[in-house]
Design a protein around this ligand. Structure first.
Ligand SMILES: [Zn+2]
Length: 117
């Protein structure tokens, strides 16, 4: 397991977590993911394995449909650093583009067919 560090753009949300090596990512074609276009971690992170530090009350959450998935974003800079998943409620997938030291634009990715759920 590796220690990863990430943030939103303005730095109001900073987070660290443990996870396996990231050599590919996951994208999804559901109504919200296709609009965001982010490449997410294929693995999920348990709530006990992520530390999230929020300044200025910046962490906002968007929900729709079943309201199980929690789409978190920074209310200052608009960046979407992670969400809590539909398939494993409470557990996080991380936006790889928010992580230090990883070029998310060069990673291969799989596509999850979230639109068909
Ligand atoms: Zn921010």
């Amino acid at each position: 397991m590796k220690e990863y560090k990430g943030s939103c753009h303005c730095g109001s949300i900073i987070f660290t977590f443990q996870g396996p090596d990231i050599d590919s990512g996951l994208r999804c074609n559901c109504s919200i993911c296709r609009r965001k276009g982010a490449t997410m971690t294929k693995f999920t992170v348990a709530p006990t394995e992520i530390s999230i530090d929020v300044k200025n009350d910046a962490l906002a959450t968007y929900e729709f449909g079943s309201r199980v998935a929690k789409h978190h974003f920074c209310s200052k800079c608009g960046i979407y650093p992670f969400h809590q998943t539909l398939r494993k409620p409470g557990h996080y997938r991380i936006n790889i583009g928010c992580l230090e030291g990883i070029d998310s634009s060069n990673l291969p990715f799989e596509v999850f067919d979230g639109a068909s759920i």
